[in-house]
Each structure stands twice: as structure tokens, then as C-alpha cells.
Design a protein around this ligand. Structure first.
Ligand SMILES: *Cc1c(COP(=O)(O)O)cnc(C)c1O
Length: 477
């Protein structure tokens, strides 16, 4: 494709994207396709002849759009807000169009230095001190694997330079809670600790926050048994109910024993753009590493996960390689992001944040986050004041966990498996209709529905409409 052909097709594509975004409110929220339907709509063999650009646009409409669960839909309340602001989409397109190669500072000085600057802007915007240095990963999952490797290497005295964990005299232990995101257990497994060495610390039965006293006790027990406490993963906004582990009390325990403390704020980090929410991670300055996803609620398109550390020297000791073919005269004066994480080649992801912050602006982002917090409190109030409805967890941010408990034929509150069937049935009717989408999750052994508010286009009127849909569906037998 020549630049002139690209210009023509590119204009058409931008028009197509703008039209698509405007059409979203009229589309079903959940993809209505059956398993395999998209695949069978595609030719099994690769194309033998080149095609017109128009044929691709037709297939985007015909095959791809029906195969998308519309997470940009204002009635999407599933999982978490996965906003993709159009300003950041432009940054993503710019990043692709530039065709840069990020393998060293020299291979694209701008890639490195814009990343340094935007990570520092986000540091300031979330109220972190300048002791933190950041980089952009694809996801919080990768950031957590990186953090667990840093924990492992600190606790093992840089075992990677010798026989690795196979030479360890005693098991290295990581602590978290049962509320932590599944990526935490995965990171602990992949970093070589093994699942047996991951301890789920007791939580407060209502807030689901880690109990620091129970953490301290578990650490004492491990020390007495000759084990080596190596890492703690603290959730600021755990997945099911947005539980907030008390970072300050946990950090005090961690520092007493020199244990690496990673703060997983993948979802809730966006809230720290609001000064009034920062008490939720009080003590974060004492942590060792921290990750959050602008690609969730804040709305910079995937994949934009921020990873901050305080001890860059340790990060570089663990992650650096220095092959001769990457040597350059700038070494020692510049940041080499390949020494800050797992991949060598990196995309120019910082442009997404750069465009987002410059074109949408922090004021508008903050106003939207505050709108969502208000909408969540409104919904919580409706649910709490309605008969047979329960709010199951504190509404710390924008997620409201609810359950409908109607009376059975004998006039007693529905319970057990019958209650689960009822919950999944009323939710299933709404999701299947395409009118709105929410996800379910198990809390204390029973299904509940999570209403995760925060799509860019979701207004108070949409949340009110959702509450009507929920009540209507739950009262259908
Ligand atoms: C979404 C989420 C993750 C995983 O994020 P990815 O960027 O998709 O890997 C981890 N932890 C929490 C609390 C999350 O909300």
C-alpha cells in the first residue's frame, strides 16, 4: 500500500469508526453470535488475490461488529469500564503510523522520553511523590509478574544469577487475599513461587479487606517454620467488590520484615486522579511497586498499564541484559526501558496517554469519574431502599454488588440454590436481551450481580433505566 492509497483508505476508516461509535447505543450490548459463528463466516484459506478496501469495511460491518460485546455501550455494566476514548484512539493510530521500534533509547529516543514524561504526569495526577518512576506495560497482569520477580530476587539474594529458586534453602512465601484478582495467583505461580507458597490472608467479613493482624501472624508462623516471607500483594479495589486492603497497616508489616509490597490498583487507580479518593490508598508511598490501568475507567485505550517502582536500581539489576548489539554511546545517560520489564521490543504506547490527556484533558476526565461515583451512590440508595433487595458490599467507587431475595411460596426469603437460580435467571434475561449487560460473581458461595458503572457515555439517565430493567426482570417468574 502506498502512502496515497493509505490516505484514501485511512480517511474512509476514520469515517467508518466515527459512524460506528455513533451507532453503538442502538446495538445489542452483548454479542449475539454463537460460538464459532465468526470463524465460519471467514474463508478457511488465506486470500489468494488482493481485495478492495471497501470489501474490508463491508466485512467489518457484516462479520466483526456483530461479534463484539459493546463495552463502549452506555448500557454496558459488565466486568469493569473498558473505556477507549477517541482521543487515545488517535494516539494509538499515530503510534502505529509512526512504525517505531522500541528496543533501546537509540532505536527511538522519543518513545523513551515521552514515556518518561507521561508516566511522570500520571504520577503527579495521582498524588504520588517523585520517588516513584514509571513505565507502561501491556497489562496489570504483566506488571504483577514483574513485581513478583522483583520480590523473588530481593528475598533470594538475586538467585537468578545462580541456580534460581532450585537452589533456595527454604520456600519463599507470598501473601494476598482470596479477593485478589486471578492474575495475582497466576503471577505468583509463574514467578516460580508455586501455589503452595501463596497464602490467602483472612479478610474483614463485610469490607473484604485484608486483616493486617492476620497478615502479621501468618508471617510470624512462616518465619517460625523456617520459610522466607518474600512478597505481599495488596489490592486497592479488588475485583469482585472493590475491596480496599489497608495499605498503610500492611506496609508497616512489610517494612518490619523487609518484604516486597506490590499494590494492585488496576481498576481503582483511576480514582486516584480525584484527590478526595486518595485516602483509599493511604500508605502507598511505603509500597515497593504499584500498578494501575488507565485502560480501564480512566479511558485510555488498551493496552496501557502503568507500573511504578521506587527502587529502579533493583528493577534494572533484575531485568537488564546488555548484549553488544544493543550498545550505544548514550548508555548511562538515558533510560533503557528494556531493562524495566520482560519484553525487548516495545510499542510507542505513551502516545495514547499523551493524546488522551492533551485532547480530553484531566478536568473532563475527573468530572466523568465524579459523575460515575455519584451514579453508583444513587443506585446503591435505590437498591437499599427497595424491599427484597440487598447491597452486598461497601460501594467504595463505581461498582454496586446486588442481590434480589424475594419471598418463596411459604413467605420465607429465597435461599440456597433456588436463590442462585433466581439471580442468574433475572440477570440472564437482561443480558440475553441485549438491552444491558452486567456480570455475575460468587460471594461467600452465592451468586450476586455486579453493576460496574463507568462507561464514558453512561449518564444518570442510563443508570436509572438500568434499575428499571433490573426490577422488571427480577419480578418476572
Ligand atoms: C483488571 C484487573 C487486573 C488485570 O488487569 P489486566 O490489565 O487485564 O491484566 C488485575 N487486578 C485488578 C484488581 C483488576 O481490576
Amino acid at each position: 500500500m502506498t502512502p496515497e492509497e493509505f490516505r484514501k483508505a485511512g480517511h474512509e476508516l476514520i469515517d467508518w469508526i466515527a459512524d460506528y461509535r455513533q451507532k453503538i447505543p442502538g446495538l445489542p450490548v452483548r454479542a449475539q453470535v454463537q460460538p464459532g459463528e465468526v470463524r465460519t463466516a471467514l474463508p478457511p484459506q488465506p486470500p489468494a488475490k488482493i481485495e478492495e478496501f471497501g470489501a474490508l469495511l463491508t466485512d467489518l460491518d457484516r462479520i466483526i461488529v456483530p461479534g463484539i460485546t459493546q463495552v463502549q455501550h452506555p448500557m454496558h455494566y459488565g466486568w469493569f469500564p473498558s473505556n477507549a476514548s477517541l482521543a487515545s484512539v488517535l494516539g494509538d493510530i499515530a503510534s502505529s503510523g509512526l512504525g517505531t521500534l522500541g528496543i533501546s533509547w537509540e532505536s527511538c529516543p522519543a518513545l523513551t522520553e515521552v514515556e518518561e514524561v507521561v508516566c511522570d504526569w500520571l504520577r503527579q495526577l495521582t498524588g504520588l511523590s517523585d520517588r516513584w518512576k514509571g513505565t507502561i506495560h501491556d497489562t496489570a497482569s504483566t506488571a504483577c509478574v514483574t513485581a513478583m520477580i522483583l520480590a523473588r530476587e530481593r528475598a533470594s539474594g538475586m538467585s537468578k544469577n545462580g541456580s534460581g529458586l532450585q537452589g533456595a534453602a527454604a520456600p519463599l512465601i507470598v501473601y494476598s487475599t482470596g479477593q485478589a484478582h486471578s492474575s495475582i495467583a497466576k503471577a505468583v505461580q509463574l514467578a516460580g513461587f508455586g501455589n503452595d507458597n501463596l497464602r490467602f490472608i483472612e479478610e474483614d467479613p463485610y469490607t473484604r479487606a485484608m486483616l493486617p493482624g492476620a497478615l502479621a501472624l501468618a508471617i510470624e508462623q512462616d518465619l517460625a517454620a523456617g520459610n522466607i516471607p518474600a512478597g505481599i500483594v495488596c489490592s486497592v479495589g479488588a475485583t469482585a467488590t472493590t475491596a480496599m486492603d489497608p495499605v498503610d497497616a500492611i506496609a508497616a508489616v512489610a517494612s518490619r520484615h523487609g518484604i516486597w509490597l506490590h499494590v494492585d490498583a488496576a481498576m481503582a487507580g483511576s480514582a486516584m486522579l480525584l484527590p478526595e479518593c486518595r485516602h483509599l490508598w493511604r500508605g502507598v508511598e511505603q509500597a515497593d511497586s504499584l500498578a494501575w490501568n488507565p485502560h480501564k475507567w480512566m479511558g485510555t485505550i488498551l493496552d496501557t498499564a502503568l507500573f511504578y517502582v521506587r527502587d529502579v536500581d533493583h528493577l534494572e539489576r533484575v531485568m537488564s541484559t546488555n548484549p553488544t548489539y544493543l550498545h550505544s554511546s548514550a548508555d548511562g545517560q538515558v533510560t533503557q526501558y528494556r531493562d524495566w520489564g520482560i519484553p525487548l521490543g516495545r510499542r510507542f504506547r505513551a502516545l495514547k496517554l499523551w493524546f488522551h490527556l492533551r485532547l480530553d484533558g484531566i478536568d473532563a476526565i475527573q468530572a466523568r469519574l465524579r459523575r460515575d461515583l455519584d451514579n453508583a451512590q444513587w443506585l446503591k440508595a435505590q437498591v437499599e431502599s427497595s424491599e427484597n433487595w440487598e447491597v452486598l458490599a461497601p460501594v467504595a467507587l463505581q461498582t454496586v454488588c446486588i442481590r434480589h431475595v424475594p419471598l418463596d411460596d411459604a413467605g420465607l426469603p429465597l435461599c440456597g440454590d433456588a436463590l442462585d437460580r433466581h439471580t442468574l435467571a433475572w440477570l440472564g434475561r437482561i443480558n440475553a436481551s441485549g438491552a444491558a449487560f452486567m456480570s455475575a460473581s460468587v460471594l461467600d458461595g452465592r451468586w450476586m450481580v455486579r453493576v460496574s458503572i463507568g462507561v464514558e457515555d453512561t449518564t444518570a439517565a442510563h443508570v436509572a433505566r438500568l434499575w428499571e430493567l433490573i426490577q422488571a426482570s427480577a419480578s418476572t417468574n
